[in-house]
Each structure stands twice: as structure tokens, then as C-alpha cells.
Design a protein around this ligand. Structure first.
Ligand SMILES: [Zn+2]
Ligand SMILES: [Zn+2]
Length: 79
């Protein structure tokens, strides 16, 4: 997934994102297949490896939760 999309957070648009955010939250669809095209890099608290944004300090993945991506702040980049 990171090989395709790099490490730019799709939620805040800053670099340094090392956790995968599902476009369809796993909490809403646990049966979804693992497809890298359905994921995007995002900042988040990835278990033992907290990964807050080095620029804005957010845990974007957790902040988003199960909200639609477009309910979040506007990303700085277009997909
Ligand atoms: Zn972010
Ligand atoms: Zn950020």
C-alpha cells in the first residue's frame, strides 16, 4: 500500500504517515477484503508504534474513527 501511495497522510496531507487507514472502516465492514487500493496512509496510534503527524500532531486515523473521509479536514493533495 505504501509503495503505491507513499507516506503522505490522506487526511491531513502531511508526510510521515506510517499506518494504513481503511477507506471503509473495519468497524463498519469487517468482512471487507484486504485491498491496498481501499487503504490510504494516515497518521495514527498504531499499537506499540504511535505515529502522530510530525507537522500538526494529530492521530488522523483515530480522529477520523468511522466517519466518512470527506467529513474530515480537507487534504492538501488530490487523489
Ligand atoms: Zn495526518
Ligand atoms: Zn498533519
Amino acid at each position: 500500500m505504501f509503495a503505491i501511495y507513499g507516506h503522505t497522510c490522506h487526511l491531513c496531507g502531511h508526510g510521515g504517515a506510517y499506518t494504513a487507514d481503511h477507506l471503509t472502516p473495519v468497524a463498519l465492514d469487517a468482512e471487507q477484503p484486504i485491498n491496498p487500493h481501499d487503504m490510504r496512509p494516515a497518521h495514527g496510534s498504531g499499537g506499540n508504534h504511535p505515529n502522530p503527524c510530525p507537522t500538526c500532531g494529530r492521530y488522523c486515523n483515530q480522529e477520523r474513527g468511522t466517519k466518512p473521509v470527506d467529513a474530515m479536514f480537507t487534504p492538501a493533495i488530490e487523489w
